[in-house]
Design a protein around this ligand. Structure first.
Ligand code: C2E
Ligand code: CA
Ligand code: CA
Ligand code: CA
Length: 280
């Protein structure tokens, strides 16, 4: 047993070393990526739950490294959060996304549509955040309600006093706010009421299992009920099947996003895809 344990230990230690080495490699490569413009922004459309009306799009960062290939944000965003690189990346996404939104409005997409940008913890703590948002809106000449910030539940629940203050100033500007991956963290209901964000984004994990009988459907139902009580909108993420969509519509969910409607697209493919969508 002793020997077994040792080999077990050796296995984990090697794996951990490999993991640390990869993180270090990515951290260095990411610095160059920001500098050399290897980062791109994709956009995933968001629709009303029937799928007929375009309501917005979520900006999702993409990284294609010349040698390492495509690296998922699920892998590099956590690293960027630890190293602080997320500030520069977040600035880039915010500027790119608001400019893109300006082009789309000029091209005739619905004037009430909004562009959703993910904001991570470090960005939220950045004292220059409000100024950066004002600048991005001014440069792209967008009304504040055309911008929506997605905060994960953990960001929103961290340091309540500070978060409530920042959320208040964003709201007073008219910028929209949503709580991302809702249902996966631990929100206190009284706090949620105090925050008064516009939208709850129901996490994909609940949508996946919604068709099979079980507790996930009641969780989704409870989230939608809660949102209605608090005068908030709901959007379901990761809708992949028509069955999921129909169930969500029946439960009273307002909006949806997912492969059923459309996958995230580079800016150049967004308009053509929507044209095809509206004529099919
Ligand atoms: P998220 O904010 O929850 O974004 C939704 C993720 O679900 C995206 O993955 C999207 O491509 C994927 N997705 C959309 N529809 C479906 C579907 O129907 N089925 C499935 N299986 N997946 C779907 P992506 O782009 O790989 O991003 C992963 C995460 O990385 C995001 O999760 C977000 O937390 C983070 N991220 C991405 N871009 C940014 C960014 O610009 N800033 C920050 N701070 N985080 C970002
Ligand atoms: Ca998001
Ligand atoms: Ca999400
Ligand atoms: Ca999610």
């Amino acid at each position: 047993a002793k020997q077994e344990r040792r080999s077990h230990y050796a296995f984990f230690s090697e794996e951990m070393q490999a993991c640390a080495a990869r993180s270090l490699l990515l951290e260095g490569a990411l610095r160059e990526a920001v500098q050399w413009g290897q980062l791109d922004v994709y956009y995933q459309p968001q629709f009303d739950i029937t799928g007929r009306k375009l309501e917005g799009a979520e900006a999702l960062v993409r990284w294609r490294h010349p040698e390492l290939g495509f690296i998922s944000p699920a892998e590099f965003i956590p690293i960027a959060e630890i190293t602080g690189q997320i500030i520069k990346i977040g600035d880039l996404v915010l500027r790119r996304a608001t400019q893109q939104m300006r082009h789309w409005l000029d091209a005739g997409l619905p004037g009430d549509m909004s562009i959703a940008v993910n904001i991570s913890m470090a960005q939220f703590r950045d004292t220059a955040l409000l100024e950066k948002i004002d600048t991005a809106l001014a440069e792209s000449q967008l009304p504040p309600w055309a911008l929506e910030l997605e905060l994960t539940e953990s960001v929103a629940m961290d340091d309540p006093e500070q978060v409530v203050d920042i959320v208040r100033s964003l709201r007073s500007r008219g910028v929209k706010l949503s709580i991302d991956d809702f249902g996966t963290g631990y929100s206190s209901l009284s706090y949620l009421k105090k925050l008064r964000v516009h939208k709850l984004k129901i996490d994909r994990s609940f949508i996946q299992a919604i068709s099979s009988a079980g507790s996930d459907r009641s969780i989704v139902q409870a989230i939608i009920g809660l949102a209605k009580d608090l005068d908030m909108q709901t959007i379901a993420e990761g809708i992949e099947t028509e069955e999921q969509r129909q169930l969500l519509e029946a439960l009273g969910c307002d909006s949806g996003q997912g492969y059923l409607f459309c996958k995230p697209l580079p800016a150049s493919e967004f308009l053509p895809a929507l044209l095809e969508f509206s004529t099919s």
